[in-house]
Design a protein around this ligand. Structure first.
Ligand code: AHR
Length: 659
């Protein structure tokens, strides 16, 4: 009897222990109690004109150096034909008569037939031309005498003509005129060129020689490349940060980004050298300039188009500290702060305001509802804090509701970072911008970085990040799955800490296969096509499935932050009525993980599981753009429990609807 009793007790104990062990091995998702709201801005995009991101990228202009303002005024152009003699092709400079666009081309045409006298533009690594698409050619001209006809030709790399058009100037006088003609392409060519042949006799000046496809984003004339913008729209980003990045700071202050010079008629937008032209000795890009055809108005419009909050970053009176570190004396910072105040008025002001009126004149009556503004990019030191405080005082005095974002430098762990973080907290910063370009290992080790951050302090903007694999790997080869899965693991930590981290963006965004300076990048393009990297698929998965509130998802009472190579986060979307769990398995073995959805929500009987997995060295490429791509399956769920299989080196996202 005694024996029997103790036997019964041991069975009970064993049952209890095994039930507990089972419970311990279960990832418990508490669907009942939201931990914190997730900001609608949580996942966004970082845009900078780097890697031919704007000129030669989303800005669909096909003519390179259209206004002859590059340092070498005929860069991108060649002159051809036997009828051009000495002095017949001249770059003239109006200097102070037209400071923002002083140069133009003067051509003396003497009894020329088609093919006798012409100029050719090579485009940005060639021009991407698509069959059956209309191309709109335009220019500003001044026909001083005679009668000249312009024959337009698109040609492929073997000089086969793939599109023709004619432009006959309407006017012969001393004024600048604008005129347009169209061509329809009969073939698709990745690296076409534009010939302009001059026929007749005359003296003619040319400027702003331009060619745009008609199939731009939203079919806007002079607009953006549709395929590239679609990639952004597909991410449903919560914000778009612009215009950078380092181009905000400039090599020196003269080279900084000045938004006021990027609005209004495009012929008056003063071009500057893009700092990425000379930044890296091993990736020189001598033909990289910022024409600002894509300026602040267009960025705001883009933000609106894709449903993202506009998030401009402005120069704070400091040039890049890796380059010159030039600063504006504190008592001369006024114009820089005024630029910030005027930008808010440009975005939000009505017709009674000076800058609001300018926005309305450009075609946008309604305000852009600017809510966020960045003060400086990757600036540091006491000199930054002094300037940041002055910006803060003046901006908050006039616009207390604008959320200001401040830089914490370039390094998330250094003395420099801790100094800035402390100082910014002490001045009551709204949002602190952290940047990390680190090894995959750093990302894995930092999945719990924000667990200990003060919930009541400033919010965090993970403003630029990317896992950088071994420096010996270059270009798009750096966008391998090893980097993307490390980012995914880290992002579960951002999501779990959405109470503190309210914005995050991978950087940089775009790279041209033949025109890049910095890699890895989120999206790679050539003149005709575009593909998303595995990193893009990860970003999109988080962004499109961001939810409205964080849920606790615990194993053994703690979040999963790397135990056995597993990382997890969970959210609820109260609008779509969905619970979403993301589990990342960074180990080389497939894993089984039981999930239990705790609480009294009535779950659907079927869940969707989207997974991405690959070998760590795998990547996407122009010829295999979807080599690494999410796969979705539907499975039945047994009550509240789900036995989830997560592939080796894989990400699995579970989505279940509830009532
Ligand atoms: O994203 C590329 C560069 O990295 C950005 O311009 C700069 O902010 C950072 O150093």
């Amino acid at each position: 009897m005694k024996y029997k009793k103790s036997f019964a007790i041991s069975i009970l104990t064993a049952l209890f222990l095994s039930a507990n062990a089972q419970k311990e091995a279960t990832l418990l998702v508490n669907t009942q109690k939201a931990v914190a709201p997730i900001a609608p801005t949580m996942w966004g995009v970082f845009f900078e004109d780097i890697n031919l991101g704007a000129d030669g990228g989303i800005y669909a202009e096909l003519v390179k150096n259209r206004s002859f303002e590059f340092s070498k005024p005929l860069m991108g152009w060649s002159v051809k034909g036997k009828k051009f003699g000495e002095g017949d092709v001249l770059v003239q400079n109006r200097q102070e008569l037209q400071i923002s666009n002083p140069r133009f081309l003067r051509l003396n045409i003497k009894q020329a037939a088609k093919g006798d006298a012409g100029i050719t533009n090579e485009g940005f690594r060639g021009m991407g031309i698509k069959k059956d698409i209309r191309y709109d050619f335009s220019l500003m001209y001044r026909q001083l005498r005679g009668n000249v006809t312009l024959h337009l030709e698109l040609v492929d790399d073997k000089n086969n003509v793939i599109g023709i058009g004619t432009l006959k100037p309407n006017a012969t006088n001393d004024d600048w005129n604008k005129q347009q003609a169209s061509l329809v392409a009969i073939a698709t060519v990745e690296k076409a060129k534009l010939n302009i042949w001059f026929e007749g006799n005359g003296l003619i000046d040319l400027d702003m020689v331009s060619l745009f496809p008609s199939d731009t984003w939203k079919e806007r004339p002079g607009g953006m490349r549709k395929d590239m913008i679609q990639m952004l729209a597909d991410m449903k980003p919560g914000f778009i940060r612009f215009p950078g990045g380092c181009i905000v700071e400039g090599i020196d202050l003269a080279n900084r980004y000045q938004w006021k010079k990027t609005i209004g008629p495009i012929e008056d937008r003063q071009l500057i050298m893009n700092r990425w032209n000379v930044e890296f000795g091993h990736r020189p890009t001598p033909d990289y300039f910022q024409t600002f055809g894509l300026g602040f108005y267009e960025y705001f419009q883009l933000a609106e188009d894709i449903g993202a909050e506009p998030l401009p970053i402005l120069n704070c009176g400091m040039a890049c500290q890796y380059n010159t570190g030039e600063v504006v004396p504190l008592d001369q910072l006024g114009p820089y702060i005024q630029d910030a105040l005027d930008l808010i008025e440009f975005a939000n002001g009505d017709a009674t305001t000076e800058w609001g009126k300018k926005r309305i004149a450009m075609g946008h009556k309604e305000p852009f509802n600017l809510k966020y503004l960045g003060v400086g990019n990757e600036n540091w030191g006491p000199q930054y804090i002094e300037r940041a405080k002055l910006f803060k005082d003046k901006i908050k005095e006039k616009y207390p509701n604008i959320q200001l974002i401040y830089s914490s430098g370039t390094d998330p762990d250094s003395e420099r970072y801790h100094f800035l973080d402390k100082q910014l907290r002490s001045i009551g910063a709204d949002i602190i911008d952290e940047h990390y370009y680190r090894s995959p290992d750093w990302f894995l080790k930092n999945a719990a970085r924000y667990d200990s951050f003060d919930r009541k302090g400033p919010k965090i903007f993970a403003g630029e990040y990317a896992a950088h694999v071994d420096g010996k790997i270059t270009g798009s080869n750096r966008n391998i799955w090893q980097a993307a899965i490390a980012e995914a693991a880290f992002m579960t930590g951002l999501e779990r800490n959405a109470e503190v981290v309210t914005m995050a963006s991978y950087a940089p965004l775009f790279a041209h296969g033949e025109g890049w300076q910095w890699a890895p990048d989120l999206i790679w393009v050539n003149n005709l096509t575009v593909y998303g990297t595995p990193n893009y698929e990860v970003q999109k998965m988080f962004s499109v499935n961001k939810g409205t509130h964080v849920l606790n998802a615990n194993l053994n009472g703690k979040p999963l932050t790397g135990e056995n190579g597993l990382y997890a986060s969970s959210v609820i979307d109260e609008n779509k009525k969905e619970i979403i769990v993301k589990v990342v398995n960074t180990s080389g073995e497939a894993k089984k993980q039981t999930l239990s959805f705790e609480g009294n929500k009535k779950l659907a009987s079927q869940v969707s599981i989207t997974s991405i997995s690959a070998d760590l060295n795998d990547k996407n490429a122009f010829d295999k753009p979807r080599n690494i791509y999410p796969k979705e399956e539907k499975v039945k769920i047994n009550g509240k429990n789900l036995n989830l299989s997560i592939p080796a080196n894989g990400v699995a996202m579970v989505k279940v609807a509830y009532k």
